[in-house]
Write a new protein. Structure first.
Length: 235
């Protein structure tokens, strides 16, 4: 049991899928995993452990933003001996070259955040995915004929901002989209020597203000979830 996760030792699998939303974790557990058991519900952040095609998998929420995923991923890696975390989430595209429902396997996350600096003494503005899971996702996508883009993304601390232009750091590193968690996940994994990847579904096109509907999200996200799970089977 950790400070923020109430699962007992051995109740969290070595591989964790981490959406932001606790209800998305619940959906995955109830509709995709087999024999899923609720192992933690502290602060209504649900964690479940079950199997997918015979492989033990846990799924649990990160909450929103760098501080939240920073806490949950660190405790999973250090208190529960998790080897691999795959963040599965949505993002806003900075360019109309991306389309709604596009899948992005994040190569690098750039951020103005001071999280890595003050947590681990890492002054880098951009941090890559960690370990082998990024490549396994690309291989699995190719084998299953899924079109998946690899790209740099911007991890922002800010959802609403006065200036609607693309932030300087996103331009500097050619970031195609923005979300709020990957940078901290990659920083923790880098420091601890763990595997970490981020798979994102484009839910909004910022320049055109297009967005997927609430009803469309389930179909769109299921494609991403299944790609993550099928990739884990190769580990």
């Amino acid at each position: 049991m950790s400070v923020h996760i109430s699962a007992g030792k051995g109740e969290i699998a070595k591989v964790v899928l981490q959406p932001g939303d606790p209800l998305r974790a619940k959906f995955i557990a109830e509709n995709i995993l087999t024999d899923a058991k609720l192992v933690s519900h502290t602060r209504n952040i649900f964690y479940y452990t079950g199997t997918y095609q015979g492989k033990e998998i846990s799924v649990g929420a990160s909450g929103m933003g760098i501080p939240s995923i920073g806490i949950y991923s660190y405790e999973l890696f250090t208190e529960y001996d998790v080897d691999t975390i795959i963040r599965i989430g949505t993002c806003g595209a900075y360019t109309p070259d991306l389309k709604l429902f596009d899948l992005i396997n994040v190569e690098n996350a750039a951020s103005e955040s001071t999280y890595a600096k003050f947590a681990w003494g890492n002054d880098d503005e951009i941090i890559s995915n960690q370990g082998k899971i990024f490549s396994l996702i690309n291989d699995t996508a190719l084998e299953s004929s899924r079109i998946t883009k690899t790209a740099n993304i911007h991890t922002s601390d800010i959802f609403y901002r006065k200036d609607e232009g693309i932030p300087t750091i996103a331009q500097k590193y050619n970031c195609l989209a923005v979300e709020m968690e990957a940078f901290a996940l990659f920083a923790n994994a880098q420091y601890l020597g763990k595997n970490a990847a981020t798979l994102l579904t484009v839910s909004d096109i910022i320049p055109t203000r297009e967005q997927i509907t609430a009803n469309e999200r389930e179909r769109a996200l299921r494609e991403m979830i299944e790609l993550a799970l099928q990739s884990v089977l190769k580990m």
